[in-house]
Design a protein around this ligand. Structure first.
Ligand SMILES: *Cc1c(COP(=O)(O)O)cnc(C)c1O
Length: 371
């Protein structure tokens, strides 16, 4: 059996009859930039998140950059985020001109450690970016308390958490701004790049809207130094077809995660935990194993697509040597980087596929245990 890590082809086959006319309609009208589809999707996605505004942009990385700039973050400011995030979170801070300050994560949830955030605050700290990594919300009550105490802006990196909830609130709705990616493999994915910022703050929405479209307030009137970073009209048409299915897809991911946990119970690997108050949407299903590299090789040889998210924490990446961190600075993030393994998870995953993966994991553990 061959099991892909994500299966976008099966998903497409299921929705092609709606995708094709939606995309064709854009082509027939010959209106390819912003316009009707983008506005309709922005409205629908804002409503989905429970937010007032949504601004569609070119990517998740851009969403973070425009959110930071729209919140007035720039040179001289420090922005705190997690060392185990995807590089894009940190790149956005750099491109805004601010200094990234990294902190460790919690071992139980993989999420940014609020007590580490508190310790990292300096007089220059202006913002914190909690990352809802793997599809589960960060500890937002603790982050909000710290933000209030030190007057920090909270910008959520919700690029892996479309539809995830924390104490009944959707991810993206809890900070000054929430940033999403529509990279094809995300829980809500386009057929190319795309992203969005959601916010209840009219001024942040207005600034983001200008940044994404050359800084113009109206055609050929440029009020700020913006850039070209718009959500593509055809991508918005695709996202408009997919959004009504997102909740059902997230439910399916949650069922698969429960089944994985059942079948991996006392199998010698640590399955991910769902912390209280959270509704995890399992963008990734990340287990831990002390023989991770061997397990990865073994599963790959059996045709099972796996991944490591991420093998090198940001503070040990070459690009960020200048920040002055070294090995040992964030022991939890470093230990996790050596032990984490993402198993296949996508809505269309079948019971048979889950059983095959779990049997392979169990056999590996039994074999290596007795060896
Ligand atoms: C995917 C992702 C991003 C970046 O999104 P792009 O659309 O690829 O630019 C940012 N942060 C996290 C946590 C992500 O997973």
């Amino acid at each position: 059996m061959k099991i892909p890590f994500v299966d976008l082809q099966t998903q497409y086959a299921n929705i092609a009859s709606e995708i094709i006319p939606a995309v064709e309609s854009v082509m027939k009208r010959g209106a390819f930039i912003l316009g009707e589809e983008v506005e309709a999707f922005e409205e629908a996605f804002a409503e989905f998140c429970g937010a007032k505004y949504c601004v569609g942009v070119g990517s998740g990385c851009d969403a973070l950059l425009w959110a930071l700039k729209a919140c007035g973050i720039g040179p001289g400011d420090e922005v705190i985020t997690a060392a185990n995030t995807y590089i894009a979170t940190v790149l956005a801070i750099s491109y805004a001109g601010a200094r990234p300050v990294l902190v460790d994560c919690r071992e139980d949830s993989f999420q940014i450690d609020p007590s580490a955030v508190r310790k990292a605050v300096t007089p220059r700290t202006k913002a914190v970016i909690p990352v809802h990594l793997y599809g589960q919300s960060a500890d937002m009550d603790a982050i909000a308390a710290i933000a209030e105490e030190y007057h920090l802006v909270v910008i959520e990196d919700a690029a892996q958490a479309h539809g995830a909830e924390y104490r009944g609130l959707r991810c993206g709705k809890m900070g000054r701004a929430g940033c999403f990616s529509f990279y094809p493999g995300k829980n809500l994915g386009a057929y190319g790049d795309g992203g969005a910022i959601v916010t209840d703050d009219e001024e942040v929405a207005g600034q983001a809207r200008m940044f994404r479209n050359y800084g113009q307030s109206r055609k050929y009137y440029h009020d700020i130094v913006g850039w070209n970073s718009r959500l593509d009209t055809m991508q918005a048409a695709v996202l408009g077809v997919k959004l009504p299915r997102l909740s059902g897809w997230n439910d399916a991911r949650r069922r698969h995660a429960d089944r994985y946990r059942e079948l991996l119970d006392s199998a010698g690997v640590i399955p991910p935990s769902e912390t209280p108050g959270n509704r995890h949407v399992y963008h990734l299903f990340v287990i831990r194993s002390t023989r991770r590299d061997e397990l990865l090789a073994d599963l790959s040889a059996r045709g099972i697509g796996c991944g490591i998210h991420y093998p090198i924490p940001v503070h040990l990446q070459k690009a960020y040597r200048d920040l002055g961190y070294s090995a040992g600075d964030f022991p939890v993030a470093e230990r996790l980087a050596a032990e984490i393994l993402s198993l296949p998870i996508f809505p269309e995953l079948t019971e048979e596929q889950i059983e095959y993966v779990c049997r392979a994991v169990r056999e590996f553990v039994e074999r290596t245990h007795s060896a």
